[in-house]
Design a protein around this ligand. Structure first.
Ligand code: PMP
Length: 357
């Protein structure tokens, strides 16, 4: 043992205060905290994946560019294969984007939004610059454009529908920002299958646009970590210089490829989630004193007359896990993922009890 060795002293001082991503692990609870697809993975698709796995030896490295999956994604999105990059979850792609384009510069973020943009900007050695959303969570477009004009701005992150607020940004607003920016504009469409208008059509016109997508939400593959981005092929070429060569393992490539081939079967589940979202929204909004924010995603942001922490804890004690949100603009806000119909019903029932209704 070398008593003088202090690993913390070897870490870049600008990362002081960075804490591990916190996942609240609770067993035997109804999980409405992570915006996952609540339904069991379709059995026939799972069986097809098992069958294909039977032909796999796993002795060789995976395809570094996930060519078969990218071809399927090209079919799904209409974007040519040269403009698609697959990653180990979209989280990995956020980091790869920032390591490639952000390091040493400014990265514009529009809080309240997904926390990983700021965390990965710091890890990549970029300076996060906040342009807060308006009171109704719409983007401050002139504010974003002003920040985009700073000569050190390299990357701008927009999220639509936005996590955790749920609202979508109209593509016209994104186009306005694209037009007025020499920086790369990333639109995170992790929840786009649930609503909002996609920015994919803008890719033809704007070479500084990146659209980020994931298999973790609508397509039920959160456990296998598959995301992808769509961009100008010249942008993808730059990213390929930085990404880990074998970032996406063979199993996940195969599973995602199969999901894409059978994607119509997920439409039924997506439709069910959307119907249940409307129902849950209506019921929440009807509770006296409860404020509910409009959503285009598979989750709902809301406030109750009681402190958020109290509601969160009392729900957890009753076996229901949701998210207690923190940070400017999210005071006393909670976020609930749309679950299966009976899970939503139970959540509402327990919430009513807690609120004394
Ligand atoms: N973007 C947004 C907006 C998200 O909410 C999430 C997941 N919480 C991600 C990206 C990351 O997804 P993935 O599982 O693909 O890494």
């Amino acid at each position: 043992m070398n008593a003088a060795f202090d690993p913390a002293a070897l870490v870049r001082p600008d990362l002081d205060g960075l804490v591990p991503y916190q996942v609240h692990v609770h067993h035997n609870v109804i999980k409405l905290d992570a915006n996952e697809n609540p339904y069991d993975f379709p059995v026939s698709i799972r069986e097809e994946i098992w069958r294909e796995l039977g032909n796999h030896t796993f002795t060789r490295y995976p395809d570094p560019v996930a060519g078969d999956l990218v071809d399927r994604l090209s079919d799904y999105t209409g974007v040519p294969a040269g403009g698609i990059l697959a990653g180990n979850g979209s989280d990995e792609l956020i980091l790869t984007l920032l390591l490639t384009f952000g390091t040493g510069g400014r990265v514009v973020i529009t809080p309240p939004t997904f926390s990983m943009y700021e965390v990965h900007a710091r890890i990549a050695g970029a300076r996060p610059v906040n342009v807060p959303r308006r009171q109704n969570f719409a983007l401050d477009v002139p504010g974003v454009i002003a920040a985009a004009r700073h000569p050190e701005t390299r990357v701008i992150f927009l999220c639509s529908p936005n996590n955790p607020t749920g609202n979508a940004t109209p593509p016209e607003e994104v186009a306005e920002i694209l037009k007025n920016s020499r920086a790369l504009v990333v639109v995170d469409e992790a929840y786009q299958e649930f609503g909002g208008e996609s920015c994919i059509p803008l890719l033809k016109e704007y070479s500084n646009l990146v659209v980020l997508r994931t298999f973790s939400k609508a397509f039920g593959l959160a456990g296998l970590r598959v995301g992808y981005l769509l961009a100008d092929p010249a942008v993808v070429q730059q990213l390929l210089r930085i990404k880990q060569p074998f970032n996406l393992n063979a199993f996940s490539q195969l599973a995602a490829r199969t999901v894409m081939a059978r994607r119509e079967e997920f439409n039924r589940l997506i439709k069910l989630i959307l119907q249940d979202r409307e129902e849950l929204y209506r019921e929440l909004a009807a509770l006296p004193g409860v404020e509910v924010f409009p959503t285009a995603a598979n989750f709902i942001l809301f406030r109750t007359p009681l402190p958020a922490e109290q509601v969160y804890r009392e729900l957890l004690a009753k076996g229901i896990l949701i998210r207690n949100m923190h940070g400017p603009g999210l005071e006393q806000c909670l976020r609930v993922t749309v679950g299966k119909r009976d899970e939503n019903r139970l959540f509402l029932e327990k919430l009513k009890t807690i609120l004394g209704l």
